[in-house]
Design a protein. Structure first.
Length: 362
């Protein structure tokens, strides 16, 4: 699995429409709050032109793209952190994700109601982020109390955790997202088990239409994103849902008519990789070409474990071919003849696009 991304936002902002466009699914869409009660889950293949180019050379029997799991979570409202609108249940669903796609309505439409009767992205974002902050504050407070009771066990580790949690608590008290708090990697690892919502990498999905007002709303959202170092992906969710349900010929015609160069859905996947700092490596053979996603900075033995635990347990070495060299020389034999194939040990840092063959013994 590449990563798990939760789709959140107020009711009636287009979350389920976006989810359906991403997954080509049929989750419920309706013009009333809490249409989605249980989270919808969809697994989406990540498009990668490199795997297409490799398959042209190798002609494998099977191609396996890396995947993303999207979770469409019901609309959050004011008071969600205190249980309003089944808020506690919905917030717990978000905690299980590694990233957040926050859908924000950036269009006016009299036929689609707004839960607070005003289209204003700054207000909408503030409502959702406030609920995330309040939820984290409550979670942080309870965690501190629990650790203080258990201070007699693992005193050093517990004390260090308490120091970091108190730092988080003070930040949340000022209604600030934890992602804007300066924490080093050790501190982040120390509190990772608490799954704080405001520490998760986030991208804002601006649901827009062709009206000029949408551009004004989009600019507002861009300013918000700058403050918490988030990314913004503008998308015509209704149009994209129509596009993904068309055949390739129709899709090409309509994309040209609306001057759409690339599907916004692909941008969401691309930005998802960016905010989670993921890279892709490949295993290539006649039977199968497989793309695998791993965190940037992963070693060869960690990449081996991604495929199978036996690969990492019996790891001997990794044969590395750069994607660009394979494309240039068009065969593993030729790459080796040109001296472009390297053998690396456990500590080698896998690079994006590496073609890897693991040698192991069990």
């Amino acid at each position: 699995m590449g990563f798990k991304c939760g789709i959140i936002g107020l009711p009636n902002v287009g979350k389920s429409t976006l989810f359906n466009a991403l997954t080509k699914g049929n989750s419920a869409i309706a013009n009333f709050p809490f249409c989605t009660i249980k989270p919808n889950i969809g697994i989406v293949s990540v498009p990668d032109i490199r795997i297409d180019e490799l398959s042209k050379i190798v002609s494998p029997k099977k191609i396996v793209n890396t995947c993303i799991e999207f979770v469409d979570i019901a609309g959050l409202v004011k008071g969600a952190s205190k249980g309003e609108g089944l808020g506690n249940q919905f917030l717990s669903n978000i905690r299980d994700t590694q990233a957040i796609a926050h859908v924000v309505r950036c269009f006016k439409d009299d036929n689609i109601s707004h839960i607070y009767n005003e289209i204003k992205p700054t207000n909408d974002v503030d409502i959702i982020n406030s609920e995330l902050i309040l939820s984290d504050f409550d979670s942080c407070r309870k965690s501190i109390l629990k650790l203080e009771k258990n201070l007699k066990y693992d005193i050093k580790e517990t004390k260090n955790k308490l120091i970091v949690l108190n730092k988080c608590m003070n930040h949340l008290k000022h209604f600030l997202m934890l992602k804007t708090l300066r924490l080093n990697e050790t501190e982040k690892k120390m509190i990772s088990d608490f799954r704080f919502l405001t520490l998760k990498p986030t991208m804002y999905i601006a649901n827009i239409n062709e009206n000029k007002e949408s551009l004004v709303f989009l600019n507002e959202l861009n300013e918000i994103a700058k403050k918490d170092n988030s990314l913004v992906v503008p998308i015509y969710s209704n149009l994209e849902l129509d596009l993904v349900n068309m055949n390739k010929k129709e899709q090409k015609y309509f994309m040209k008519a609306f001057n759409i160069r690339n599907l916004g859905l692909n941008k969401i996947i691309k930005y998802g990789y960016k905010i989670l700092d993921l890279i892709t490596f490949f295993t290539v053979g006649i039977k199968e070409i497989h793309a695998w996603s791993i965190p940037n900075g992963s070693t060869s033995v960690q990449a081996a474990h991604k495929i199978h635990s036996d690969f990492s347990k019996g790891f001997i070495r990794a044969q590395i071919i750069k994607y660009i060299d394979f494309i240039q020389y068009k065969s593993e034999i030729k790459v080796k003849e040109m001296g472009k194939c390297k053998l690396e040990g456990k500590d080698y840092k896998i690079e994006d696009g590496d073609i890897v063959n693991f040698l192991f013994n069990i």
